[in-house]
Design a protein around this ligand. Structure first.
Ligand code: NAD
Length: 316
């Protein structure tokens, strides 16, 4: 770590929301001293009770830590926290480490690298998958872009938050952001496609669970169909742990990325519009899986599994 005298590095953490709250709790459990901040001070209460220090600004967090992690909603928030008189750059020591774990794009970190090249800062992007439940359980998947030696040096920090088997060094700086955007793009596409198919099949008179299990037994199977859709089918849970406003942000960034590399993405653009429709209809804070509800409303039927009767009728 940058502070060679410290056996265990002090971790600065900015952004204690649905994801950051679980990630910091796990860092604390693993014995990392923490310095934290958020615009909502109350978000830090439990951490402070557990021994974390509060800092009023991002600059103070950076000045008091061996490495700084950001877990913020959008690139605009990352920019605001990094730059400016009270930003990370105003406090971080030369050769210090900043890891951005937000789902974002390389613009802010690339500008820092360009404009502060003489400071020797170590900057990594390490976005995550696994939902707020994965953050709470310390089982996130982490996709790291940056130098191999930094990824190895920081592995104990990542392992405190993620599944050791799924902490993947995906390439140079910026690659983590790109991988994460493609993961979400594909998952959101699976969600919309699955919602359409289930709504049509059920309207056509097929039992929901028979349809689902038939699809699982076919070449059309997906992880979404097997696992993730069950939170809706069994509990009517559209995952409010990830706001649809943030899902729309991810889809917008993904389409911007496609544009920047000159690849037309008709399907992704349609998925984005379905998401924006759900956001307009159900509000910014609705869960990321709310587009399924659009199809339920259109079909005038809730997609819910009805016990085990379907099992018997499923094709072997
Ligand atoms: P969130 O909105 O719940 O939390 C963001 C936190 O940042 C909030 O506590 C907010 O107060 C704080 N914040 C905003 N501006 C700030 C500032 N200037 N200074 C200090 N704190 C500030 O968001 P989240 O769901 O935790 O998501 C964080 C990131 O992780 C996003 O980029 C999101 O796309 C990504 N992500 C979320 C999930 C999920 O399931 N929620 C899963 C994977 C990735």
């Amino acid at each position: 770590m940058t502070n060679n005298t410290a056996a265990v590095p002090t971790v600065g953490f900015i952004g204690l929301g649905n994801m950051g709250s679980g990630m910091t709790r796990n860092l604390q459990k693993s014995g990392f001293p923490l310095v934290v901040t958020d615009i909502r001070r109350e978000a830090a209460a439990e951490l402070i009770a557990g021994g974390a220090r509060w800092a009023d600004t991002a600059a103070e967090v950076a000045a008091q830590s061996d490495l700084v992690i950001t877990m913020l909603p959008t690139p605009r928030h990352v920019d605001a926290v990094v730059n400016g008189p009270t930003g990370i750059l105003a406090g971080i020591r030369d050769e210090g480490t900043w890891i951005d774990m937000s789902t974002s794009v390389p613009d802010v970190s690339a500008a820092v690298r360009r404009d502060h090249a003489d400071r020797g800062l170590r900057i990594l992007d390490a976005p995550v998958s696994g939902m707020s439940v994965g953050a709470a359980n310390g089982m996130l998947q982490i996709f790291v872009g940056g130098e191999a030696e930094d990824v190895e040096r920081l592995r104990p920090v990542f392992e405190a938050m993620g599944d050791p088997e799924r902490i993947i060094h995906v390439g140079a700086a910026g690659a983590g952001y790109a991988v994460k955007l493609m993961i979400n793009q594909l998952w959101f596409s699976h969600l919309v496609a699955t919602a359409e198919v289930l709504a049509v099949g059920v309207k056509a008179g097929v039992d929901l669970e028979v349809l689902r299990r038939s699809l699982i037994a076919s070449p059309a199977n997906s992880n979404f169909l097997e696992n993730d859709v069950l939170s809706i089918l069994d509990h009517g849970d559209y995952d409010e742990g990830f706001a649809i406003a943030l899902a729309c942000k991810d889809l917008g960034l993904s389409i911007d990325l496609a544009r920047s590399v000159n690849v037309p993405v008709e399907l992704s653009a349609t998925v984005e519009q379905v998401y924006r429709r759900a956001k307009a209809q159900y509000g910014d804070l609705a869960g990321e899986m709310t587009p399924v509800k659009l199809y339920e409303d259109l079909a005038r039927t809730e997609l819910r599994r009805a016990g085990t009767t379907a099992d018997a009728a499923v094709p072997a």
